[in-house]
Design a protein around this ligand. Sequence first.
Ligand code: B1M
Length: 210
Amino acid sequence: MSDLKAITDTLISCDMDTLMDLVKTALDEGIPAGDILSQGLIGGMAVVGERMESGEMFIPEVLMAAHCMGTAVELLTPHLAEGEATSAGRVVIGTVKGDLHDIGKNLVVMMMESVGFEVTDLGVDVDADTFLKAIEEHKPQIVGLSALLTTTMPMMRDTVAKIAECDHRDALKIMVGGAPVDQAFADEIGADAYAPDAGSASKLAKALMN
Ligand code: B1M
């Protein structure tokens, strides 16, 4: 009989081959894909996020775990009946205009997806109008802005100001992050939330939905 805790533990230890075997066995035994996701994999990524936050796991290990998670999710996707996996909410995210750094933002995307958010990733070098169009189209509850350069922090400020003027402002929360960004800057530019790393970003996103 499959053990979902073994799936959690194997994801945390980034053992891809064993993880794939365990997920296939669980599916063969008739365990619903949604249970494998929610009771096995998502818990594993939550632990990865906590360990990242506490400094017990480093970026390469987090990327490996995220890759294992993504591969396992690909395996489960055809088995997830429509509507079976409930969405935690919608997120639109991007790195602001002028900034090409995306490694940290991609980690935030992976962590948010791993806790059930539907994420629209606009990529890098994203101007305010592109954020506004995506907000109009996807009606997200959370908009995430990333900046890695001190020179692009003013663009983050401008983007938050433009979003603040749009019709959907009251229906969404703006989260900001990136190495030069801190809580004081987030408060100053009128963002609703600041997260220092991907683990806390996914936790904060969950909290913002309540
Ligand atoms: Co650039 N770069 N870079 N760079 N680069 C930095 C940021 C820099 C600090 C290096 C340095 O000089 N020490 C410096 C900025 C200095 C400053 O602004 N004061 C710098 C510079 C100057 C530049 C260029 C200007 C260099 C040049 O061309 N002369 C240039 C700018 C290009 C541009 O963007 N227009 C440039 C280019 C590049 C590369 C393309 C070569 C490459 C990026 C590749 C890529 O991203 N695909 C690169 C890299 C790799 C770095 C460093 C070395 C590493 C960044 C990184 O990926 N860190 C960086 C030095 C450093 O940070 N030590 C540096 C790992 C990543 C996991 O962390 O991105 O902080 P981080 O993300 C974290 C958190 O910040 C947070 O969660 C993530 C995961 O825990 N987070 C969020 C991020 N976004 C969030 C959003 C949230 C919440 C949390 O909510 C929405």
